[in-house]
Design a protein around this ligand. Sequence first.
Ligand code: SAH
Length: 220
Amino acid sequence: MNRTLHRGIGMTSQRTRERLIQRLKDEGIRDRKELEAVRNTPRHIFVEEALASRAYEDTALPIGHGQTISQPYIVARMTELLLEDGPLDTVLEIGTGSGYQTAVLSRLVNRVYSVERIEALQRQARSRFQELRLRNIRLRYSDGGMGLPEYAPFDGILVTAAPEGIPLALVEQLRTGGRMILPVGTQAEQVLVRVIKTDRGYEKEILEQVIFVPLLGGVQ
Ligand code: SAH
């Protein structure tokens, strides 16, 4: 057993992890491959050791720098919305944070690009991917509002921090027919939105209420 990988987690880990999978199923997450990706991604290594015992609760947790690791349900839900019409080849994520969403995605698509504006978070995420031997992830330290034009177009884009409106630079980096799942709104009110790029522009659908940290400009 790899000592680092299992740090901070006791004998009950397998049971608490299974309980989380059951909870996601109860909340309506059905896709077998996706549940498998969550099952195979040890969330306790994406939080500080002091919080490891809470890693399999279905809640967001602080990761420092005023940021949070997303709630497992919302990670599963956004992944499901991104992949609902079938597998995707390349996906861009905005807001690497702890890297947990990135890691789950990396098990389901060919390549994940992920952008983060706080360097310390990016560094920690990178070492977690090495520890888990996830090799199809490319990280970039930059302002995600600009996307990653040099690798566009993407089949899908997932945004894990909320802009106040749909960033057009990101829509432009989707291939036609590609989709973006993102929270949009202020800290007082946000909704999850699905954007599909069309020949002429894009279509959008508002899905449900959510709470994310804001998408901020620039890098730190
Ligand atoms: N997917 C992450 C969510 C982290 S919270 C996880 O599950 O851990 C959102 C992240 O978006 C934070 O790390 C924050 O620093 C980052 N972020 C906010 N604005 C950004 C921007 N303009 N460009 C890149 N990253 C940004």
